[in-house]
Design a protein around this ligand. Sequence first.
Ligand code: NAD
Length: 325
Amino acid sequence: MAKVVISHRLHDDGMAVLEKAGADVVITNSGKSQDMLPELLDAEGLIIRIGSIDRETMLKCKNLKVIGRPGVGVDDVDVETATELGIPVVIAPGANTRSVAEHAMAMMFACAKDMVRCDKEMRKGNFGIRSEYKAYELNGKTLGLIGCGHIGNILAQMATGIGMNVLVYDPFVSAETVEAKGWGYREDMHDILKEADVISIHTPLTPQTRNMIGEAELKMMKPTSILINCARGGIVDEAALCKALEENWIHSAATDVVVHEPISMDDPLFKYDNIIVTPHMAGQTKEAASGVATMAAEGVMAVINGEKWPKVCNPKAYEHPRWNK
Ligand code: NAD
């Protein structure tokens, strides 16, 4: 029976996959390398929900054949060492894509309809807020996507469904690809910022995207526009965003991610009622949690059984002699 160590219990659907495959599952309830090590010494598989594994630990685990992540982030796994040892790192791409796109869509509506602020005001007895006319229709407005990969594509499709126009800025996607879908393409991000009514960010956090939206960019946006960030904290310069919210450079903003998570209660962003903040939950739906757990569990069992599972972040691991005997 193959032993699989899990840092924290997976969604029931993922646990069911392991059970059905007959794995001997051990849950450590800690994702720290040193805490998992005693159980890992004779394990064939590891699934890390929250935690990390370093080189030193991997070198000690002679039976370890596969590491799984119920997600796509592998920043806490020493992938280089895993590859060197012929250990594939299984990921779950696409499992939370729709959930994140829906979250961005929900934020777009909530901002355009001024929904959260009005709910808070109503609870204070301010029924008259309905006559401020801060809410507006999205039909006929333009969604500007910064980054148009898996999530951006789904959001664009949903936005066209409610009669929005779509503009894309993504230097790694061709104009032909975007235009074939009926959307507009802009080579310069500044054009999107100036033209769009809603800007939604869907890029990874990279040296190029860090603080990509700062004071200058926020000032380019229409005073009636909305800024959505369901990507990563750090892409929007938070000090600049606070200034924009304070001085009403834009209509409103919504963010699922901030630089320091969990966000502290005295974070300056909370001073403003024209921003909605959610706790990095866009990908935390029931469906996504089930999807990532199932994919990670299936991949881990497949690799243990000798299959070259394709959804790994380091396919080079399959070039190791242990895979080519
Ligand atoms: P993806 O890789 O499919 O798409 C990312 C897109 O960004 C690509 O098309 C790429 O060309 C583009 N891009 C890269 N650098 C760029 C730049 N400098 N300017 C403009 N475009 C650039 O990824 P995805 O699945 O669509 O996810 C996007 C991001 O969403 C992820 O990187 C992740 O950070 C974030 N995310 C957040 C949550 C959440 O819970 N809030 C969940 C999943 C993913």
